[in-house]
Design a protein around this ligand. Sequence first.
Ligand code: BTN
Length: 265
Amino acid sequence: MVKKLTPKPDILRSEEITKNLKTRLIGKKVLFFKKITSTNLYAKQLVKDYIQEGTIVVADVQTHGLGRKNRFWHSPAGGLWFSVVLYPHIPTDKGMLITMASSVSVAQAFKEITGLNPEVKWPNDLLLNGKKVCGILTEIDADINKINYIIVGIGINVNNDIDEELKEIAISLKQEVGSKISRVKLLRSILQHLDSNYNKLIFGEFESIRDAWLSYSSIIGRKIQVEDEKNVTKGVVIDIDDGGYIILKTDSGMIRIISGDVKYL
Ligand code: BTN
């Protein structure tokens, strides 16, 4: 008798995600929703009641996914859309490193689960073949010298179809690998890497996060343009400092850039 092999359905459920997960902090509590407005919005509600650190909010579908600069983030079924709640005791000017630790963790998980080697694009994108496969929205609430909370929202095109109008700039893991990827396996791997990278961060190993990030980047020495709300600045990248900022050599001298959209020239 021939045994018919039916592929295991790719179902994201809290128990599947947490079962035997060997993390210290990240993913100890997982809240799963079939449909939600935005996992970041929901996580922000949870911090009002001081939900435990490392809690994950994950959804199959987001109806109002948030991207950087208030852009709409397409979040159909098949993708991986989740947010992590953190209360890091680190200097406020090191908050940016949380985004870097997160993109490094996603890159490490991609490598582990798919064998693919993504490129990180400052500050928060992951690219495959030059197209965006993952975006990270880090929302920080801080006083002058204290971070109150950070919500790290991670969106990955895994098995979802890419919208027609985004096909030039976005890609899914399924497209790149040629078959479906288990979102549960991928998420568990990300949580494990994030747990370890976050641990390094809160113990002050800022350079090790920066160095790990640089190992997935080709930004040093590149001519770039950085656009923020007010300015477009052009120059050559000299370094990424241990706070995660770009050190740019421009015609009018060296400057340190904190945020903006980067374009390689
Ligand atoms: C970007 O603009 O590149 C950041 C996109 C971040 C999207 C993720 S999906 C999960 C989390 N919830 C949201 O509403 N946004 C983030």
